[in-house]
Design a protein around this ligand. Structure first.
Ligand code: SF4
Length: 365
């Protein structure tokens, strides 16, 4: 297939659904699949895929929205940094309305005078730094393996150009360690994963080998409805054949070995370490932190952050939603008190958040 319409072709979708129904019947049990990526969650809601699947297939959403998995502690620290004297705080738009412990967010801080700027690319921070040499520019780096390589390349430019009024606050994370935690969670009992196509273009297929080794199916899947249905069918075929593997449905977008240049860029700048994920707790080797040779850019070199008493938003079940334990409409606040206009938790803020996707596509989910 060469054109986007072909990936949304109703006849092809119908044929795949028929095969999915047959396979599901053969398996004679309930199957739990997780879509790990926020873009998958959004596409599944948008195209009403969950509703089309047989009742025996349970499709749960995972921790694939970077803003949503950012811990409340990191959100509070970011809000602290944004109001420090002389600081210009920069980040991507999705972070703007994520509430901290006291309900404030970057948008409310900006309204009360903080210099918070939304960037579409980290390179813009460089221009801001050159235009404001007397001020400290903090860039909040957020995202998984899809975003981290570009930030790593930008940091290499910062270093080359000796820009010393720029700093990074990194909450970058990598996906496989979180999936390992989900596999070991007996309350979830996930049979197979729709692995994120975008992240996989960087890390490659073998990065998921641990999934097959744990006896679960894994298919790296694209983001159109035909991709997702085909990915689900491939998982069911693996389960029916009793031979879990890592397969690539998204072959038009990635090489099996990933992107070595992107991996090198990350490797040059970042080292992995333990990171706190909302809902999943501290996960070893899951956070990306500046290596010693880049530590001069660490925002924490310039500010001492006091102990902050952090607390999740009252009644918000984002933690359970990010582990696939509950669906947004099981949260008592969903829609009534928490909606995109008045989000209580991060899963309703981000465009990739599970609650936001359920709300937007609530009639078709
Ligand atoms: Fe949190 Fe709102 Fe989602 Fe409930 S609906 S889990 S309050 S973000």
């Amino acid at each position: 297939m060469n054109y986007i319409d072909e990936y949304r072709n109703p006849a092809i979708a119908q044929a795949l659904l028929t095969r999915i129904r047959h396979r599901a019947k053969d398996l004679k049990r309930e199957i739990t699949l997780m879509e790990v990526c926020g873009s998958h969650t959004t596409a599944i809601g948008r195209f009403g895929i969950r509703k089309l699947l047989p009742d025996s297939i349970r499709l749960v959403s995972g921790p694939g929205c970077p803003v949503c998995v950012t811990s409340i502690g990191d959100v509070d620290r970011v809000l602290f940094l944004a109001i420090q004297t002389g600081v210009i705080f920069t980040t991507f738009g999705d972070m703007l309305r994520v509430p901290g412990t006291e309900g404030k967010n970057l948008q409310t801080l900006r309204a009360s005078g903080a210099d918070v700027r939304i960037l579409s690319s980290a390179t813009e921070a460089l221009d801001i730094a050159k235009e404001n040499t007397q001020r400290r520019i903090i860039f909040m780096g957020i995202g998984f393996e899809t975003t981290a390589p570009t930030i790593a390349l930008v940091l290499q430019i910062w270093k080359k150009q000796r820009i010393d009024n720029l700093s990074l606050y990194s909450v970058h994370k990598i996906i496989p360690p979180a999936m390992k935690i989900l596999i070991s969670d007996r309350s979830l009992n996930i049979d197979g994963f729709l692995c994120p196509g975008h992240v996989s273009t960087v890390i490659g297929a073998e990065a998921y080998r641990f999934i097959a080794d744990a006896g679960r199916a894994a298919v790296i899947t694209g983001f159109e409805p035909i991709d997702i249905l085909e990915g689900i069918l491939m998982i069911l075929e693996q389960l029916a054949g009793g031979s879990p593997d890592v397969e690539i449905q998204y072959s038009r977008g990635m090489h099996k070995g990933g992107n070595s240049r992107a991996l090198d860029a990350m490797e040059t700048v970042f080292a992995t370490g333990p990171a706190l994920w909302r809902g999943l707790g501290e996960i070893p080797e899951s956070g990306l932190f500046l290596k010693d040779s880049y530590r001069i850019f660490d925002a924490l070199n310039h500010f001492e952050i006091p102990f902050l008493n952090t607390e999740e938003p009252k009644g918000c079940r984002c933690g359970d939603i990010l582990r696939g334990l509950t669906a947004p409409d099981q949260c008592p606040l969903f829609s009534r008190l928490c909606n995109p206009a008045h989000p209580i938790g991060p899963c309703m803020v981000s465009s990739e958040g599970t609650c936001a996707a359920y709300y937007k596509y609530r009639d078709g989910r």
